[in-house]
Design a binder for this molecule. Structure first.
Ligand code: NAI
Length: 325
């Protein structure tokens, strides 16, 4: 079994090479994205392994199909970047890793929230420069606050559990809530109710045609003044220009994001010394109450190990729940 890894980073190599000791596959790694113009590099491989920002559009899949690479291993949970209609029609096998550590992502979401609420990012810089002033560092108690969760799957449930521990009330919008999240003690609510009543809104739903821009001017208008908005799910859930408007008008009190709708050209690379051309992203970066991380919510040792193990198992499995469609 020969597998070509696209968009690979040092942490991928380290983890996959270690887990591959149990599989003995031939693994090759390239740093660039999988897209129509790079897909032909997979000629002679049995499978390709792709990540969140690889472009598995129809043109990419056509090239892979032509060179007889029928097995695509996503080393992530989300699959909004795949043309599933074409894949299904051409019987391409698309596998994913549906669950590797929901704790990793939920804990990162809580990290963003805690940092923004208690202004830890500001005090870190101040203290390093010898400034121990407490001006403008006030936060709020999370105890008794209302947290709105959109998407109560594996990650949403972990997030709900943690926030319950803080003594928060939890409102959940999910068209198909799981049995297990109901046991956490969440109140199932309409989307409007979540927007109207929440002090904190955290997004944990997939990106699809129904959820694209679920956070937009209309939804922001319904929210409480000073709401803290957290997105560790997918960038396209938020219409960034509308959120910037909400931040400028002080409607949004703070924004913590691990994902950005145009992240493909920015994230996962070192742009030190470059001029970033995305003006919307640059505007976001200068708000003092915006905290951005570069799609790292999944990045724990446990998650990387699980991703590697499940992905390599997917390479030799015929039917499994990890096969999409
Ligand atoms: P999951 O499949 O367990 O849960 C998703 C939940 O969203 C389900 O309960 C589903 O019913 C619900 N949902 C579907 N449509 C909805 C809608 N229109 N409104 C509200 N809820 C809706 O997925 P999981 O594992 O909890 O992951 C959630 C998302 O987190 C993934 O889709 C992915 O985009 C993102 N993610 C981000 C990572 C990161 O590193 N930042 C890592 C892993 C996942």
């Amino acid at each position: 079994m020969k597998i070509l890894f696209f968009s690979s980073h040092e942490y991928d190599k380290k983890s996959f090479i270690s887990v591959n000791q149990n599989f003995n596959f031939t693994l090759d790694f390239v740093e660039f994205r999988l897209e129509p113009k790079t897909a032909a590099l997979a000629q002679g491989y049995d499978a390709v392994c792709a990540f969140v920002n690889d472009d598995l559009c129809k043109d990419t899949l056509k090239v892979l199909n032509k060179i007889k690479v029928k097995r695509i291993l996503l080393r992530c949970a989300g699959f909004n970047n795949v043309d599933l209609d074409y894949a299904q029609k051409e019987k391409l096998l698309i596998y994913r890793v549906p669950e590797y550590s929901p704790y990793a992502v939920a804990e990162h979401a809580v990290g963003l929230l805690m940092c923004l609420n208690r202004k830890i990012h500001k005090s870190y810089n101040r203290v390093r420069e010898g400034n121990f002033s407490l001006n403008a560092l006030e936060g709020m108690d999370l105890f008794n606050k209302t947290v709105g969760i959109i998407g109560g799957g594996k990650i949403g449930e972990c997030f709900a559990n943690i926030m319950k521990g803080f003594g928060c009330k939890i409102l959940l919008f999910d068209p198909k809530p799981s049995e297990s999240i109901l046991k956490v003690g969440v109140k199932i609510s309409s989307l409007d109710h979540v927007f109207k009543k929440s002090d904190i809104v955290s997004l944990h739903c997939p990106l699809n045609e129904y959820t694209k821009y679920i956070i937009n001017k209309t939804s922001i208008d319904k929210m409480k003044k000073g709401v803290i908005l957290i997105n560790t799910s997918r960038g396209g859930l938020i219409k960034t220009s509308d959120v910037i408007h909400g931040l400028k008008g002080l409607k949004i009190g703070a924004l913590g994001i691990d994902v950005y709708e145009e992240e493909e050209s920015i994230f996962f690379k070192d742009h030190k010394g470059d001029i970033i051309q995305d003006d919307v992203f640059e505007r976001l970066m200068i708000f003092p109450n915006v905290l951005i991380t570069g799609h790292q919510a999944f990045l724990t040792h446990e998650a990387l190990h699980n991703i590697s193990e499940v992905t390599l198992k997917n390479a030799i499995t015929e039917k499994s729940i990890n096969l999409i469609y």
